[in-house]
Design a binder for this molecule. Structure first.
Ligand SMILES: *[C@@H]1O[C@H](CO)[C@@H](O)[C@H](O)[C@H]1NC(C)=O
Ligand SMILES: *[C@@H]1O[C@H](CO)[C@@H](O)[C@H](O)[C@H]1NC(C)=O
Ligand SMILES: *[C@@H]1O[C@H](CO)[C@@H](O)[C@H](O)[C@H]1NC(C)=O
Length: 281
């Protein structure tokens, strides 16, 4: 088993969490019973994650499979930036979102990881930042660099920065393999997530079953890994063929009239992402 004694980490947004959940399920389904799985979250500073209902900040979970000594963990970092409370005494005041600093979780734990899968994308919008009370910082101060002031530029800047930083770390961790997972496509038809958008199709691959392009649809990710040892896990175009694979209106907690055409049903598309990952390991 190639993951014997290994630790695989997913760091990113809720689509990264889905890929983590997929991996946990695939490993747990391979004949081992529940007593094989041990919660090791506390070893990664994730002790109270089960109780925290709606995490305001960095959280995650980590599980170890005793029989193979494989650890699979997830750390929530929706923008791959380091977050720092603006006021230590009062986190409600908001956070500095350091565009040029990788998440401190990576700095602290890189030496313990063997496989790292990063992702970001859908959180880069003003609404999310405002809701989270995150303020963009660069060089330790509120950003006033016009070159990175727009969302898409800030995102590209951050992705390039974190990849470059990781590439520079790799010589110290020869056992570590790093992947940047490209953007997971959304499929809202006839509206957006909050204006009645739907993804009602039930026929798999109704619009075709092949990918022809020879470049990634995730230009930021593709550009960032170029010339580095970080690999692009390019799932965008193939996942775009699976518009019927989203949670749609079938979530247990669905609000009538609101469909989820961003996250995926599991088992489902994220399993394929993990199969591609496994093939590369
Ligand atoms: C489990 O794997 C880790 C590396 O991920 C290693 O440090 C540790 O010694 C292993 N434990 C056992 C009991 O083999
Ligand atoms: C993204 O950032 C990189 C590095 O700063 C830069 O070379 C590239 O042109 C940027 N891409 C876009 C689309 O602005
Ligand atoms: C990539 O695809 C484009 C358009 O489909 C084509 O013009 C180009 O020659 C292709 N490049 C390679 C290296 O195959």
């Amino acid at each position: 088993f190639r993951m014997q004694d290994k630790t695989i980490a997913y760091v990113g947004d809720s689509l990264g969490r889905q890929m983590f959940q997929s991996m946990i399920c695939m490993l747990a389904a391979s004949g081992k019973h529940h007593s094989d799985v041990e919660d090791v979250g506390s070893k990664y500073g994730m002790a109270q994650t089960h109780r925290a209902k709606r995490p305001t900040r960095s959280v995650g979970s980590a599980y170890r499979f005793r029989s193979t000594n494989t650890t699979v963990l997830y750390y929530w970092s929706s923008t791959l930036c380091d977050l720092e409370p603006l006021r230590r005494s009062n986190p409600a005041a908001g956070y500095a979102m350091h565009l040029d600093r990788p998440p401190s979780f990576l700095k602290k734990n890189l030496h313990r990881l063997h496989v790292l899968v990063l992702n970001t994308g859908h959180h880069w919008n003003r609404g999310k930042l405002k809701a989270n009370k995150w303020e963009m910082y660069a060089s330790g101060a509120p950003n006033n660099n016009r070159e990175i002031a727009s969302m898409w530029k800030a995102k590209n800047f951050t992705i390039h920065g974190v990849i470059k930083w990781l590439d520079a770390q790799l010589p110290r961790y020869p056992h570590l393999k790093v992947f940047y997972r490209s953007l997971s496509p959304r499929h809202f038809f006839n509206g957006e997530w909050n204006t009645g958008g739907t993804c009602n199709n039930k026929d798999p691959l109704a619009k075709g079953n092949r990918v022809f392009q020879n470049h990634s649809e995730d230009a930021d990710g593709e550009g960032a890994v170029k010339g580095t040892r970080i690999k692009l896990l390019d799932i965008t175009a193939l996942s775009r063929l699976r518009d019927e694979g989203h949670i749609s209106k079938y979530s247990i907690r669905a609000t009538p009239g609101v469909q989820d055409c961003l996250h995926w049903c599991l088992p489902g598309v994220p399993d394929t992402w993990n199969e591609i990952l496994a093939a590369q390991l």
